[in-house]
Design a protein around this ligand. Structure first.
Ligand SMILES: [Zn+2]
Ligand SMILES: [Zn+2]
Length: 92
């Protein structure tokens, strides 16, 4: 039995999203939390069958949250800035 595509992370990932010089694509330490860094996700789409009942169909598509890059693009909290800010907080 030949081993088909296992869908291992890193396979089929886009190197960059549509944003030029995207600061999220520059990072490699934050995997997309929606697709776990695979760049693909399998959401369920609602549909209506012949009887008018809602049925859910599982589809696989490119992760929209990271544009298929597998990198986090909208974290709940801002990641720490690589460059320290020059501000001195607490000084009035
Ligand atoms: Zn990006
Ligand atoms: Zn993603």
């Amino acid at each position: 039995m030949p081993s088909g595509p296992g869908g291992s992370p890193g396979e089929g990932l886009r190197p960059h999203c549509a944003v030029e010089r995207c600061r999220w694509c520059e990072r490699d330490d934050l995997p997309c939390r929606f697709c776990s860094g695979t760049g693909r996700w399998s959401p369920q789409r609602p549909g209506v069958d012949a009887n008018g009942a809602i049925e859910w169909t599982r589809v696989e598509e490119q992760c929209r949250m990271c544009a298929g890059t597998g990198r986090e693009h909208s974290p709940l909290t801002d990641p720490p800035d690589p460059a320290p800010s020059a501000h001195s907080p607490g000084e009035l």
